[in-house]
Design a protein around this ligand. Structure first.
Ligand code: FPP
Length: 244
């Protein structure tokens, strides 16, 4: 089964949006007596493989938690290694992403990132903006509570300036103030590495998402694991609070 996982997938029931908390890079490196940054580097290789596979499976949205609002608390060296990996990833990968019809997108406040990273992000968005395939969203300096806080501030500003009315407020209205407004809700939230937490990721958006956990560290995550989670997803019955 492990080898031919692709053959079992129902091509008519592919999840539209997969969100992944990429976790376990540090432990992967530690197990090999390597510095943590080697784990992040290996994690980028997994990103390459998974983006390619999602694209070829016809998945429309892939959202990856790359750097949270809390990750600034890590040692300076690790933060700067992560930023450099992001810059190198975009520099190296954007041509292939574009050739594969991928739209590059981000959520989170990127204004706090180093200028070189902001420039690469903007370039990558510009180059891929007219593509029609997979939307690859990197969550960068993203935290869901912060995103919801920003939405509330902006709603209050618009209210104060008489641009909106209390009667306008419904769930769809709130969604339009979140940085995920252009994305559908994730069908499935994935967290490898044996942790069972949501870690401030897409709190509003995962209200009805399926969850999928695994013990595999992100650098060991292969396309066969992606197939496996899609198969699991296809075996579940989603009721959205209703009855079958
Ligand atoms: C969690 O592993 C992972 C991160 C905080 C960052 C994810 C980043 C990458 C995969 C590479 C850089 C990103 C891009 C977009 C090129 P951890 O360090 O928390 O692992 P641990 O829990 O085992 O310590």
């Amino acid at each position: 089964m492990e080898k031919n996982t692709l053959n079992y997938i129902d091509k008519n029931n592919i999840p539209n949006h997969i969100a992944i908390i990429m976790d376990g890079n540090g432990r992967w490196a530690k197990k090999r007596f390597l510095p943590r940054t080697f784990g992040h580097k290996a994690g980028v290789e997994t990103i390459r493989e998974i983006v390619k596979e999602c694209s070829s499976l016809g998945i429309k949205y892939l959202t990856l938690y790359a750097f949270s609002t809390e990750n600034w608390k890590r040692p300076k060296d690790e933060v700067s290694a992560l930023m450099n990996l992001l810059i190198q990833y975009l520099k190296k990968e954007i041509k292939e992403l574009h050739e594969n019809n991928v739209i590059f997108n981000t959520i989170g406040d990127i204004s706090y990132l180093p200028n070189a990273a902001i420039e690469e992000i903007q370039k990558s968005k510009e180059v891929t903006k007219d593509n029609t395939g997979l939307t690859l969203t990197l969550a960068l300096n993203y935290g869901s509570r912060n995103d919801i806080k920003n939405a509330i501030v902006n709603i209050l500003k618009d209210y104060k300036n008489n641009r909106i009315d209390i009667d306008d407020v419904d769930e769809e209205f709130i969604r339009n103030y979140l940085s995920t407004k252009s994305l559908p809700d994730p069908d499935i939230l994935v967290r490898p590495s044996g942790e069972y937490r949501v870690s401030n990721f897409l709190l509003w958006e995962i209200a009805y998402s399926e969850f999928w956990f695994s013990d595999i560290y992100w650098p060991d995550f292969r396309k066969e694991n992606l197939h496996k989670l899609i198969l699991d997803y296809q075996s579940r019955e989603r009721r959205f609070g209703g009855l079958k």
